[in-house]
Design a protein around this ligand. Structure first.
Ligand SMILES: *[C@@H]1O[C@H](CO)[C@@H](O)[C@H](O)[C@H]1NC(C)=O
Ligand SMILES: *[C@@H]1O[C@H](CO)[C@@H](O)[C@H](O)[C@H]1NC(C)=O
Length: 446
């Protein structure tokens, strides 16, 4: 009986009196009766709820707090028609490339029409870390928060995310781990056009920015860097292979194979290390890593690979952390000042519609003379600070972990504002304050 009363009480709550009441006197009487009578009339109440609160009458029909899914894709539909998944020779592993992948993907989409709509904008973020606990005592906490940052970003933009924490190829460990992960993700997600690889130590520090996918319609790989440094200087640091977009297509299938050919799982790894090092002008590290291998392919097979690779530097796809962390307070204040002047930007809103406010902010930002160099960096990458091992080349413990703390909180403040809170001190992770109504996120305006 107790449970029944609780349910009824919830129903009453759901039928909010501030909304037009369509349940009518009879319905209400039934409801009251039901509250007073034990179990047997239970199905009747569901009837009442189902037939009286219709979508046409109330835009948000709710039964037990559940509103229609509205995602537009059909997660429960997989017809018996044969697709590439039914091919016995299908392999998810590097070394066994799928042939005619574009056609096979198209075929799968034909059988899953709800995913075919909007496929060109569908992105899955791929990231991960090692299977075992971190050596750095705060490493696991940092990894958790670095992952949370990516989950937040994905939720805001409707992207899927896969966190891989196993080695899908026993020899492709360390920096090479991303290749087998990408390969398997391509097959697991034929509905996604782009796979967005993001290193665990890279932080989304502008939750508003959505990559301009339309700009890359003629390219299959988008990576941060400078063409001059790749093609003229022949520098292994000409691109940063820690963050990139790769299109889910045959070209990428083949590119991953070519890329992996230089990797540690091949018997010729040592030979490749020498060849790649001698092609770069600035490679001091003897072993070839995935980034120098990428630059090597761009340099030596420009026709096949280079022409389909977009080297991006208009915005920070992989912003170097040491350039940015000290300016996060100033940047917060700048955005706060903009918000203060625009009523619409101060309006509380649902997190789901964040992209609308991001567009408004973007317009105002550039109208007020802001440019890409003064914008929040899209991604701040903690290159040379390894959160899990605790290794930090050329930087102190404090610089790395405080910098990461600050970047994580800078990003999290952008998330928390839609939950009604903010941090005033970017270095104090645990202390938050409620936002006043029609707030400004300018820290001085408390
Ligand atoms: C609700 O009513 C609709 C339309 O009459 C019916 O198709 C549906 O099966 C009902 N659902 C439940 C849960 O009773
Ligand atoms: C964070 O703020 C809280 C509340 O103001 C304070 O008690 C705590 O000492 C601060 N922690 C740090 C690390 O500054």
């Amino acid at each position: 009986m107790g449970r029944v009363i609780e349910r009824a009480a919830r129903m009453v709550k759901i039928i909010d009196p501030s909304k037009p009441i369509f349940i009518g006197g009879a319905g209400m009487a039934l409801l009251m009766l039901w509250i007073l009578t034990p179990f047997p009339t239970f199905p009747k109440l569901l009837d009442v709820a189902n037939t009286t609160i219709l979508p046409e009458i109330d835009d948000a029909p709710t039964i037990d707090c559940v509103t229609g899914s509205g995602q537009g894709v059909n997660l429960g539909h997989d017809p018996v028609d044969q697709t590439f998944y039914d091919d016995q020779s299908l392999s998810y592993s590097i070394g066994n490339p799928v042939k005619n992948w574009d056609e096979k993907r198209r075929e799968w989409l034909k059988h899953h029409p709800s995913f075919a709509t909007g496929v060109e904008d569908r992105v899955i973020v791929l990231t991960g870390s090692q299977p075992w606990p971190c050596k750095n005592p705060i490493g696991d906490n940092l990894l958790l928060r670095l992952f949370k940052n990516k989950v937040d970003y994905c939720r805001i933009h409707g992207y899927d995310i896969f966190y891989n924490n196993v080695f899908l190829h026993p020899k492709m460990v360390g920096l090479w781990v991303k290749l087998p992960g990408l390969r398997a993700t391509m097959l697991a997600h034929p509905e996604a056009e782009w796979i967005f690889w993001v290193d665990s130590d890279a932080i989304f520090t502008d939750m508003d920015i959505k990559p301009p996918l339309e700009k890359y319609k003629d390219h299959n790989l988008v990576v941060h860097g400078w063409s001059y440094n790749v093609y003229e200087k022949k520098s292994w640091a000409g691109v940063n292979s820690g963050v990139f977009f790769i299109r889910n297509c045959q070209w990428s299938m083949d590119f991953l194979e070519a890329w992996a050919m230089i990797g540690p799982q091949t018997p010729n790894y040592e030979k490749w290390s020498q060849i790649v090092s001698s092609t770069m002008t600035d490679k001091t590290h003897p072993e070839v890593d995935d980034q120098s291998a990428l630059v090597y392919l761009l340099l030596t097979e420009k026709e096949t690979w280079g022409n389909k690779v977009y080297i991006e530097n208009q915005y920070e796809l992989s912003g170097y952390w040491a350039h940015f962390v000290d300016s996060f307070d100033t940047i917060s204040d700048k955005y706060g000042t903009i918000e203060k002047g625009v009523t619409e930007l101060r309006r509380p809103h649902a997190e789901k519609v964040s992209e609308h406010y991001a567009a408004v902010m973007n317009e105002v930002f550039f109208n007020k003379g802001g440019d890409w160099t003064t914008k929040r960096p899209f991604i701040t990458h903690f290159t040379a600070c390894k959160p899990c091992s605790g290794v930090h080349w050329g930087y102190s413990d404090e610089a790395c972990w405080k910098g990461m703390e600050k970047a994580l909180n800078f990003a999290d403040n952008q998330v928390l504002r839609n939950y009604g809170f903010r941090r005033l001190d970017l270095l104090n992770t645990s202390s938050v304050h409620p936002l006043p109504f029609g707030f400004s996120s300018d820290k001085k305006d408390t």
